[in-house]
Design a protein around this ligand. Structure first.
Ligand SMILES: [Zn+2]
Length: 142
């Protein structure tokens, strides 16, 4: 089973698109580098059904490296780590979650020792286009 087959049959296995999207979102943007309990259970059951070895988190990250909104493969990029905490407006935060969850256009908030450095991220091209459009419409400079 290759990554695409794995993803597609897992999506069908979950029988719920919202759940699948949440699964992908947590793998891509979760705070810890591990699965949540329900995700672990789902992967275990899926692997058992297909007689597969349970992939490590790193492998799962590769398999599910897609935008949960647009479905395309995430690309590697770098953004500068922002000094201090960026205070995004509620409008922006809402739009981001809904329209461009994997944009990573702006600098990211990071730990102090990383200020000014470039941080490897994965982004979705379609998300970036959506963010640019949103920024243009809202005259927003971030
Ligand atoms: Zn996207």
């Amino acid at each position: 089973m290759n990554a695409i087959e794995f993803r597609e049959s897992f999506r069908k296995f979950l029988k719920n698109d919202e759940r699948y999207k949440k699964f992908v979102a947590i793998i891509n943007r979760g705070r810890d580098s591990r699965l949540l309990f329900w995700q672990e259970r789902a992967i275990e059951q899926f692997c058992e059904k297909h007689a597969l070895k349970i992939p490590s988190f790193v492998v799962l990250q590769e398999i599910f490296s897609v935008c949960e909104l647009h479905g395309n493969t995430l690309e590697y990029g770098k953004v500068k780590v922002f000094c201090g905490h960026v205070d995004y407006s509620p409008d922006y935060t809402k739009a981001c979650a809904k329209l461009f969850p994997n944009s990573y256009m702006s600098s990211v908030n990071g730990p102090e020792e990383m200020y000014g450095e470039n941080y490897g991220i994965r982004f979705c091209k379609a998300c970036r286009e959506a963010e640019q459009q949103w920024r243009d419409e809202h005259a927003w400079q971030g």
